[in-house]
Design a protein around this ligand. Structure first.
Ligand code: ZN
Length: 294
């Protein structure tokens, strides 16, 4: 193979980088984003680079990545301080890179960045937690992928959501540490919507607001629960009193009766409701279903 002169190789890399950047920026608005947490109108769009330092640090959790050029990876990160942002890890796929092995799915790092013209560059990453070794079982990896995809879909760029960051960190530890990853996922989904101000009422009918006690009908048209008077149970998923209580415990804030003791039917009902709020099926959720239908 005839290698291009060094200068040309550099230009090729820059071209590929720009191609990625333009795709990232041209991404069509996601239906769920209309309902995701809103920043004030004045703050929308990228903050002018002139007002920010060229270098900064942030705690970051890796949501997804794609290979770029010969050795780079473009990463989508949720940061504690700045919300979601895209950044490039240059040379990370070379074995001798200082970043190598530190930026896997859902790894948390204390990272330093250099502000680029449109994509920032990761210049250093000190590991905070990495459960990567325990996320490689098929179910744990599939659930971790759903969690990362949902955070990516529901969070807006550069809008800090510290509560979601802490929720993601806790969910990752739970997925890595338990054999009940799908219940962890259902709880994560309910808590994520709650933290974003999109929470599903679990104790009252979405239509008449009457308290739910004996039965709840999963209403996919509104993404919530209905009483049997407002929505006929026939043809819909119906939760009995015990399942309803399990669902309420599953979605309860930490320290307020939270419990993972919900059956597969309840976890599945949560997944169908999440699909409504997301506006589409999470790609990774389909992969999880194919792996081990519950
Ligand atoms: Zn009702």
């Amino acid at each position: 193979m005839v290698r291009a002169p060094a200068g040309d190789r550099g230009r090729g890399r820059r071209r590929r980088t720009r191609a990625f950047e333009s795709r990232a920026h041209a991404r069509a608005p996601h239906p769920s984003r209309a309902r995701s947490a809103r920043r004030p109108a004045r703050g929308r769009g990228r903050i002018p680079a002139v007002s920010l330092p060229r270098a900064y640090r942030a705690h970051a959790i890796v949501l997804r990545g794609r290979n770029l050029g010969e050795a780079d990876r473009a990463l989508s990160l949720l940061t504690l301080e700045r919300g979601k942002l895209d950044a490039v890890a240059k040379g990370v796929r070379r074995g001798d890179s200082r970043l190598s092995g530190r930026l896997e799915l859902l790894s948390e790092v204390d990272a330093s960045f250099h502000r680029g013209r449109s994509l920032d560059v990761i210049t250093g990453a000190d590991p905070v937690t990495s459960y990567w070794q325990r996320l490689v079982t098929p179910e744990a990896f599939a659930v971790a992928s759903v969690v990362a995809e949902l955070v990516d879909a529901f969070c807006e760029p550069e809008l800090p959501v510290p509560a979601v960051y802490r929720l993601l960190r806790g969910a990752t530890a739970a997925i890595a540490g338990r054999g009940e990853a799908r219940r962890v996922l259902a709880r994560f989904e309910l808590r994520l919507l709650d933290e974003l101000g999109l929470g599903i009422p679990l104790d009252a009918c979405m239509h008449c607001q009457r308290a739910l006690a004996e039965q709840a009908v999963v209403d996919l048209s509104v993404g919530g629960l209905a009483c049997p008077s407002c929505l006929r149970p026939e043809g819909n998923t119906v939760l009995d009193a015990g399942e309803l209580v399990a669902l309420q415990h599953l979605g309860a804030p930490k320290g307020q009766g939270a419990s993972l003791r919900a059956g597969a039917k309840v976890a599945r009902a949560v997944e169908t409701l999440i699909v409504h709020h997301l506006g589409k099926t999470a790609r990774s959720l389909a992969a999880l279903d194919a792996l081990a239908p519950e």
